[in-house]
Design a protein around this ligand. Structure first.
Ligand SMILES: NC(=O)c1ccc[n+]([C@@H]2O[C@H](COP(=O)([O-])OP(=O)(O)OC[C@H]3O[C@@H](n4cnc5c(N)ncnc54)[C@H](O)[C@@H]3O)[C@@H](O)[C@H]2O)c1
Length: 273
């Protein structure tokens, strides 16, 4: 028996990056994945790869009407929803809070935070019927902070608080609510963030991103997808309100560094005699 056999999973932002890795992992464990994302071309490619049990819907999570339509279409096709994975997110801008424009602030809040409000508003009744679960994609920077990224980190802190409060409210309906909290993961979002960093930092970014993880490297999205698969499966049936770090230890205490790099860097370990 596969971990997600016949679960109907509404996954936002599943057309790229971490969401794409989740879509593949869920499908491989028997889930039926609804990829609700912005870009039709990317969605079509993912659905072509996953197969005809799965379904793509163009959906903007920052629009209530778009989210409501997406749920209606999904339920017409599958009859129910067992899981909502709120993964869609944006990370712009890379700057201090006072440099953030109102337009950037509103867009971040609307996609990263209000999107979760909309999927709860229009998806809750379906989850109540299925005793399903919600998974939110947060970020470790929502807990520990990040330079030149204040507005983004604020959205992720909000997601952490929402996750806990929703878990409390929805426990009586037997709906679990958890969050996944990655550190850096190589995706189109991280590549873009990398290009936006100040001169002198960009060039060393891969080294830096390896060094911030005590486990020694900056991963791809599969490491996150595996933990998401567990959290939305019945294996995690007694876990709710959890903000699960998938960080290779990036948030843990004081570290030894040498020339700006962790002395625990994998390449340095391999070079050690
Ligand atoms: N990559 C990282 O280092 C990292 C680290 C921690 C957390 N995260 C979080 O993981 C999630 C996925 O990030 P990623 O790195 O894969 O990003 P990405 O940019 O590679 O992919 C984002 C996905 O979200 C979709 N999306 C964006 N705006 C949307 C909207 N308004 N409506 C619907 N879909 C929308 C995109 O189409 C795309 O499929 C985000 O919530 C991000 O904040 C990423």
């Amino acid at each position: 028996m596969k971990l997600l056999s016949n679960k109907i999973i509404f996954l936002t932002g599943g057309s790229r990056g971490i969401g794409y890795e989740c879509a593949k992992a869920y499908a491989s464990q028997g889930g039926k994945v609804i990829v609700a994302s912005l870009d039709k071309k990317d969605i079509d490619v993912v659905i072509e790869e996953l197969g005809s049990d799965h379904f793509g819907i163009v959906c903007d999570v920052s629009s209530g009407e778009s989210v409501r339509n997406a749920f209606e279409t999904a339920v017409q096709k599958y009859g129910r929803i067992d899981v909502i994975h709120n993964n869609a997110g944006i990370a712009d801008p890379s700057c201090q809070l006072h440099e953030t424009t109102e337009e950037q602030w509103d867009k971040l809040m609307n996609v990263n935070v209000k999107g979760i409000y909309y999927t709860a508003k229009f998806g809750f009744e379906y989850l109540k019927q299925s005793n399903g679960c919600i998974l939110n994609t947060s970020s470790i920077v929502g807990e520990i902070g990040q330079e030149l990224h204040a507005a983004y980190t604020g959205t992720k802190g909000a997601i952490n608080a929402l996750t806990k409060s929703m878990a409390l409210d929805y426990a009586k309906y037997n709906i679990r609510v958890n969050a996944i909290s990655p550190s850096a993961v190589w995706t189109p979002m991280l590549e873009k963030w990398n290009r936006e960093q100040p001169n002198g930092t960009r060039e060393n970014m891969a080294l830096y991103l390896n060094a911030i993880h005590p486990i020694g490297y900056c991963p791809q999205g599969d490491v996150v997808a595996d933990v998401c698969t567990f959290l939305i499966s019945d294996m995690a049936r007694f876990i709710t309100g959890c903000i699960m770090p998938v960080t290779g230890g990036a948030e843990l205490g004081y570290r030894f560094v040498q020339n700006g790099n962790s002395i625990n860097d994998v390449s340095m370990r391999n070079n050690a005699s």
